[in-house]
Design a protein around this ligand. Sequence first.
Ligand SMILES: Cc1cc2nc3c(=O)[nH]c(=O)nc-3n(C[C@H](O)[C@H](O)[C@H](O)COP(=O)(O)OP(=O)(O)OC[C@H]3O[C@@H](n4cnc5c(N)ncnc54)[C@H](O)[C@@H]3O)c2cc1C
Length: 562
Amino acid sequence: MSRVRRRAHRDPAASARARDGVEREAAGMMKWWGWGDSAKRAELGEEAVAMLRSELGEAEPAERAALEQVIVPEPRPLPRAIADAVGPGAVLTGREHRVRRAAGRSYPDLVRLRSGKLDLAPDAIVLPASPAEVARVLEICSREGVAVVPFGGGTSVVGGVEPLRGGFDGVLSLDLRRLRGVDVDRRSLTASLGAGLRGPEAEDALAAEGLTLGHFPQSFEYATIGGFAATRSAGQASSGYGRFDALVTAIALTAPLGELRTLRTPHSAAGPALRELVLGSEGAFGVITDVRVRVRPVPERRLYAAWMAPDFTAGADIVRSLAQEDVLPDIVRLSDEAETRVSLAMSGAAGAKRALLAGYLRLRRRARGCLVVCGWEGERKAVERRHALAGRVLRAGGAAALGHAPGDAWERSRYQGPYVRDELLDLGYMAETLETAHSWSGLGDLYDAVRAAIGASLAAEGTPGIVMCHLSHAYRDGASLYFTFLSRRRPGAELEQWRAVKAAACAAIVEAGGTITHHHGVGRDHAPYMRGEVGQLGLETLRAVKERLDPAGVMNPGKLLP
Ligand SMILES: Cc1cc2nc3c(=O)[nH]c(=O)nc-3n(C[C@H](O)[C@H](O)[C@H](O)COP(=O)(O)OP(=O)(O)OC[C@H]3O[C@@H](n4cnc5c(N)ncnc54)[C@H](O)[C@@H]3O)c2cc1C
């Protein structure tokens, strides 16, 4: 068995980094008011801005507070024993540190951050360097009554890292970035990954062994292994590689009352799977410290291509056939008419290139069709064979082939969306997403109901919008729907405007029998819908588990369970 270990735990350089103050600690962190690296921008072309202005109306550009102006609540002192447990360099109390852990990255989070007025911020940030340090901190917090919010990459879009006190005197953000172990078992094709590794860090470590995890959510650049597990994340290639939870073979959770660790066997029939209980627990049961995942060789060939389906219903039938005939590409994403139109306008394809595409589509009577992006990854011959088989299903369903260029363009820009959102917010527009899933039988009605609810709610707010959707994460029995909506913001009432639309969309999802979340998780925003999702007894069962693992109730109060 060949095995490679890389441990940064207890590494003196890592301890020095933890002591080195704001600049070093902030290096590699997201910009505090938006997404990603502050040096990167995704400027919108003139055509895109003109389209927004004509369809949504002229918006009042949004101001952004400077970091020095941000108002945060006064921190409360935390028990000294916490600093003793992790070492003084691993407790941060500076204002910038607290601002950076005060919110996730949903639209309301960004509105609050940009406004410069934060009602909530953690009292301190604690950076444990090992599962043993996590255990000590949780034990102290339980004893002393301090709420603990596990913090991975802080990319939650459902209020998962909101520093709620839950009635306790203090709240700390437990930043897990120092849990960075990598342990590859080549023979079994599994790897144990520390919870604090970000997507690219985990992929780099695996690539050094010629391996990949294949988990590429749009938040890949910043989200962490622990966060993926805690939220049951689904990546863009989930149809081929599987959702993150499907990649996990074993998991370790440190709870205030002790450690749960599952065996490294591929499967076990020894009762209900504890692994499943930990996956998706969103920090409410304890801290996931490391996860053993299935990995595979880096693909020899990657191939992306696009088609234009006649309409969304026909496109959904094509994806269903692909799934049910066992020829599903590793990546499959069907945009509805609105998303197709807006993506083409935002893509920057202009002039001769755009005219060429329009002419080609007119010829095939697809001028108002729906874009289907597919991707295959793996061994060269297998990729080519699967591509050909899927092509037959796509053509039989009436899709016109657009070739590789639009597929490659999607691949190149797959992590651009959140940067574009920052630009939209600067211009004064609201841009938000939400997702759900249903069986194939229920998907059409769910699509109609959610789209109508978002559209009607935006119009009732006096800010009619564009509502777009794509279908992805396809299964034999159903798929996920991912909605994006844009509208003018209501200056000064952005949060009320967002709440109204979100409530309308959630009510429509529940009414249509969809799940309240396919992969973003529950957090604070979806907690009120958990009773409907799992039923009263289901909720009591989850509460009983929490009470057993976290009797003081300090773990991530107000999240997951209403
Ligand atoms: C622009 C954007 C695009 C996104 N795209 C996708 C996508 O394609 N697919 C997808 O699934 N999601 C997506 N998300 C949502 C988000 O990225 C995922 O939920 C991700 O898994 C969160 O990881 P994180 O490390 O940032 O976790 P955080 O945001 O830090 O935490 C999320 C929740 O998990 C808890 N938590 C974090 N780490 C641990 C741990 N080690 N132990 C216990 N609890 C923990 C936190 O307390 C919180 O409740 C997107 C978000 C954004 C902003």
